[in-house]
Design a protein around this ligand. Structure first.
Ligand SMILES: [Zn+2]
Ligand SMILES: [Zn+2]
Length: 225
Protein backbone atom coordinates (compact mmCIF):
# COMPACT_ATOMS: atom_id res chain seq x y z
CA UNK A 1 0.00 0.00 0.00
CA UNK A 2 1.50 3.32 -0.97
CA UNK A 3 1.29 6.37 1.22
CA UNK A 4 -0.80 9.10 -0.45
CA UNK A 5 1.65 11.92 0.01
CA UNK A 6 2.03 14.63 -2.55
CA UNK A 7 5.13 16.71 -2.37
CA UNK A 8 4.12 19.89 -4.12
CA UNK A 9 6.59 22.65 -4.85
CA UNK A 10 5.34 25.72 -3.07
CA UNK A 11 5.37 27.83 -6.23
CA UNK A 12 2.81 25.45 -7.73
CA UNK A 13 0.48 25.84 -4.74
CA UNK A 14 0.68 29.61 -5.08
CA UNK A 15 -0.20 29.42 -8.76
CA UNK A 16 -3.16 27.13 -8.00
CA UNK A 17 -4.62 29.86 -5.82
CA UNK A 18 -5.35 31.79 -8.99
CA UNK A 19 -7.34 28.97 -10.52
CA UNK A 20 -11.13 28.93 -10.29
CA UNK A 21 -11.39 26.20 -7.67
CA UNK A 22 -10.96 27.77 -4.27
CA UNK A 23 -8.89 25.97 -1.70
CA UNK A 24 -7.39 26.57 1.68
CA UNK A 25 -4.21 25.12 3.02
CA UNK A 26 -4.38 24.85 6.80
CA UNK A 27 -1.97 23.48 9.40
CA UNK A 28 -4.43 21.86 11.82
CA UNK A 29 -2.20 21.09 14.82
CA UNK A 30 -0.02 23.77 16.45
CA UNK A 31 1.05 24.62 20.01
CA UNK A 32 2.19 28.08 21.15
CA UNK A 33 3.85 28.88 24.46
CA UNK A 34 0.81 30.94 25.41
CA UNK A 35 -1.15 27.76 26.12
CA UNK A 36 1.29 24.84 26.00
CA UNK A 37 4.25 24.81 28.39
CA UNK A 38 6.11 22.36 26.11
CA UNK A 39 6.14 24.89 23.23
CA UNK A 40 8.64 27.65 22.50
CA UNK A 41 6.57 29.14 19.68
CA UNK A 42 5.35 32.71 20.33
CA UNK A 43 1.85 33.35 18.90
CA UNK A 44 2.99 36.42 16.93
CA UNK A 45 5.84 34.44 15.40
CA UNK A 46 3.39 31.69 14.39
CA UNK A 47 1.31 34.26 12.52
CA UNK A 48 4.37 35.81 10.92
CA UNK A 49 5.79 32.44 9.85
CA UNK A 50 2.46 31.14 8.51
CA UNK A 51 2.09 34.30 6.41
CA UNK A 52 5.64 33.98 5.18
CA UNK A 53 4.94 30.40 4.07
CA UNK A 54 1.74 31.49 2.35
CA UNK A 55 -0.56 29.27 4.43
CA UNK A 56 -4.23 30.24 4.30
CA UNK A 57 -4.94 29.10 7.83
CA UNK A 58 -3.48 27.72 11.02
CA UNK A 59 -5.30 26.09 13.90
CA UNK A 60 -3.94 26.59 17.42
CA UNK A 61 -4.56 23.39 19.39
CA UNK A 62 -3.14 23.90 22.88
CA UNK A 63 -2.96 21.04 25.39
CA UNK A 64 -6.15 20.76 27.44
CA UNK A 65 -7.16 24.43 27.24
CA UNK A 66 -8.90 27.01 25.08
CA UNK A 67 -6.09 29.59 25.03
CA UNK A 68 -5.95 29.15 21.23
CA UNK A 69 -9.33 30.94 21.05
CA UNK A 70 -7.54 34.17 22.01
CA UNK A 71 -5.83 34.32 18.65
CA UNK A 72 -8.64 33.35 16.30
CA UNK A 73 -9.54 35.70 13.47
CA UNK A 74 -8.22 37.06 10.22
CA UNK A 75 -4.71 38.45 9.92
CA UNK A 76 -4.55 39.82 6.34
CA UNK A 77 -4.55 36.68 4.13
CA UNK A 78 -4.23 34.29 7.06
CA UNK A 79 -7.12 32.93 9.14
CA UNK A 80 -6.38 31.60 12.63
CA UNK A 81 -8.73 28.91 13.95
CA UNK A 82 -8.62 27.10 17.26
CA UNK A 83 -9.15 23.62 18.59
CA UNK A 84 -7.83 21.70 21.57
CA UNK A 85 -5.65 18.64 22.04
CA UNK A 86 -7.09 16.72 24.97
CA UNK A 87 -5.08 14.16 26.92
CA UNK A 88 -7.37 11.19 27.52
CA UNK A 89 -6.39 8.28 29.76
CA UNK A 90 -5.25 6.37 26.66
CA UNK A 91 -3.69 9.20 24.62
CA UNK A 92 -4.20 12.50 22.77
CA UNK A 93 -7.34 13.52 20.90
CA UNK A 94 -7.70 16.60 18.67
CA UNK A 95 -11.11 18.24 18.94
CA UNK A 96 -12.41 21.16 16.90
CA UNK A 97 -15.59 23.08 17.82
CA UNK A 98 -15.91 22.49 21.56
CA UNK A 99 -17.60 24.73 24.13
CA UNK A 100 -16.47 22.73 27.16
CA UNK A 101 -13.43 20.48 27.45
CA UNK A 102 -14.28 16.95 28.61
CA UNK A 103 -11.70 14.80 30.42
CA UNK A 104 -11.55 11.08 31.16
CA UNK A 105 -11.23 8.05 28.94
CA UNK A 106 -10.88 8.41 25.18
CA UNK A 107 -14.42 7.14 24.65
CA UNK A 108 -15.84 9.55 27.25
CA UNK A 109 -14.08 12.47 25.52
CA UNK A 110 -15.32 11.35 22.10
CA UNK A 111 -18.90 10.97 23.32
CA UNK A 112 -19.00 14.33 25.10
CA UNK A 113 -17.34 16.10 22.14
CA UNK A 114 -19.79 14.60 19.65
CA UNK A 115 -22.70 15.69 21.87
CA UNK A 116 -21.30 19.22 21.55
CA UNK A 117 -21.23 18.89 17.74
CA UNK A 118 -17.43 18.95 17.55
CA UNK A 119 -15.13 17.21 15.05
CA UNK A 120 -12.99 14.56 16.76
CA UNK A 121 -9.72 13.14 15.46
CA UNK A 122 -7.39 10.71 17.21
CA UNK A 123 -3.99 12.48 17.35
CA UNK A 124 -0.78 10.68 16.28
CA UNK A 125 -2.25 7.28 17.34
CA UNK A 126 0.93 5.27 16.82
CA UNK A 127 3.59 7.67 18.10
CA UNK A 128 6.16 5.62 20.02
CA UNK A 129 6.84 5.81 23.79
CA UNK A 130 7.71 7.83 25.83
CA UNK A 131 4.90 9.75 24.12
CA UNK A 132 1.45 8.64 25.16
CA UNK A 133 -0.63 7.58 22.20
CA UNK A 134 -3.86 5.64 21.79
CA UNK A 135 -2.27 2.86 19.71
CA UNK A 136 -4.27 -0.28 18.97
CA UNK A 137 -7.00 0.86 21.39
CA UNK A 138 -8.14 2.97 18.41
CA UNK A 139 -9.78 -0.20 17.03
CA UNK A 140 -12.05 -0.40 20.09
CA UNK A 141 -13.16 3.25 20.02
CA UNK A 142 -16.44 4.31 18.45
CA UNK A 143 -17.97 7.44 16.89
CA UNK A 144 -14.89 9.59 16.33
CA UNK A 145 -14.63 11.33 12.95
CA UNK A 146 -11.12 10.52 11.92
CA UNK A 147 -7.42 10.10 12.55
CA UNK A 148 -4.44 12.40 12.28
CA UNK A 149 -2.60 10.45 9.57
CA UNK A 150 0.22 12.92 9.07
CA UNK A 151 1.76 14.31 12.24
CA UNK A 152 4.98 16.30 12.07
CA UNK A 153 6.47 14.60 15.14
CA UNK A 154 5.84 11.03 13.95
CA UNK A 155 8.13 8.85 11.88
CA UNK A 156 7.09 7.81 8.39
CA UNK A 157 6.23 4.35 9.75
CA UNK A 158 4.09 5.74 12.58
CA UNK A 159 2.17 7.90 10.11
CA UNK A 160 1.81 4.91 7.80
CA UNK A 161 0.31 2.87 10.64
CA UNK A 162 -2.17 5.70 11.28
CA UNK A 163 -3.09 5.67 7.61
CA UNK A 164 -3.64 1.91 7.70
CA UNK A 165 -5.99 2.38 10.67
CA UNK A 166 -7.90 5.07 8.78
CA UNK A 167 -8.39 2.72 5.85
CA UNK A 168 -9.53 -0.21 7.92
CA UNK A 169 -11.86 1.93 10.06
CA UNK A 170 -13.19 3.84 7.01
CA UNK A 171 -12.85 7.20 8.73
CA UNK A 172 -11.44 10.62 7.77
CA UNK A 173 -7.78 11.65 7.85
CA UNK A 174 -6.17 14.99 8.63
CA UNK A 175 -2.60 16.32 8.68
CA UNK A 176 -0.84 18.88 10.84
CA UNK A 177 2.65 19.84 11.92
CA UNK A 178 2.19 19.49 15.72
CA UNK A 179 4.63 22.42 15.74
CA UNK A 180 6.12 23.49 19.06
CA UNK A 181 8.68 25.81 17.42
CA UNK A 182 8.69 28.23 14.49
CA UNK A 183 10.66 26.02 12.11
CA UNK A 184 8.06 23.22 12.24
CA UNK A 185 5.03 25.30 11.28
CA UNK A 186 3.47 24.00 8.06
CA UNK A 187 5.44 20.73 8.03
CA UNK A 188 2.21 18.90 7.21
CA UNK A 189 -1.04 20.54 6.21
CA UNK A 190 -4.58 19.74 5.20
CA UNK A 191 -5.88 21.13 1.93
CA UNK A 192 -9.59 22.01 1.90
CA UNK A 193 -11.68 22.30 -1.24
CA UNK A 194 -13.42 25.48 -0.17
CA UNK A 195 -12.73 28.82 1.43
CA UNK A 196 -13.45 28.75 5.16
CA UNK A 197 -14.02 32.01 6.98
CA UNK A 198 -15.73 31.18 10.26
CA UNK A 199 -15.12 28.70 13.07
CA UNK A 200 -18.54 27.13 12.36
CA UNK A 201 -17.64 26.61 8.68
CA UNK A 202 -14.30 25.18 9.77
CA UNK A 203 -15.92 22.50 11.95
CA UNK A 204 -18.53 21.75 9.29
CA UNK A 205 -15.81 21.24 6.66
CA UNK A 206 -13.84 18.99 8.99
CA UNK A 207 -16.94 16.86 9.51
CA UNK A 208 -17.69 16.71 5.77
CA UNK A 209 -14.25 15.39 4.96
CA UNK A 210 -13.74 17.22 1.67
CA UNK A 211 -10.00 17.61 2.03
CA UNK A 212 -6.72 15.84 1.65
CA UNK A 213 -3.49 15.79 3.62
CA UNK A 214 -0.31 17.16 2.14
CA UNK A 215 3.38 17.24 2.74
CA UNK A 216 4.52 20.50 1.20
CA UNK A 217 8.08 21.53 0.61
CA UNK A 218 8.28 25.20 1.45
CA UNK A 219 10.90 27.33 -0.14
CA UNK A 220 11.63 30.40 1.92
CA UNK A 221 14.82 32.30 2.56
CA UNK A 222 14.61 32.36 6.33
CA UNK A 223 15.58 29.32 8.36
CA UNK A 224 14.29 28.68 11.88
CA UNK A 225 15.23 26.07 14.46
ZN1 LIG B 1 -0.08 15.05 21.19
ZN1 LIG C 1 0.18 18.31 19.79
Amino acid sequence: MSFPLCVIPWEKILSRKHELRPLMIIDLHIHTYAGSSCSVLPPDELIMRAKELGLDGVCVTEHNNFIGKRFTGRYDDLVVFSGVEIRSIEGDILVYGLDEIPFGSAQEIIDSSKEQGAAVFIAHPFRSPPFISIGDAIYRLKDFDGIEILNGNCTKEENQEAQNAMKSLHCLGIGGSDAHATGSVGKYVTEFDEVIESEDDFVECLLKGEYSVKNIIFKTDKLYP
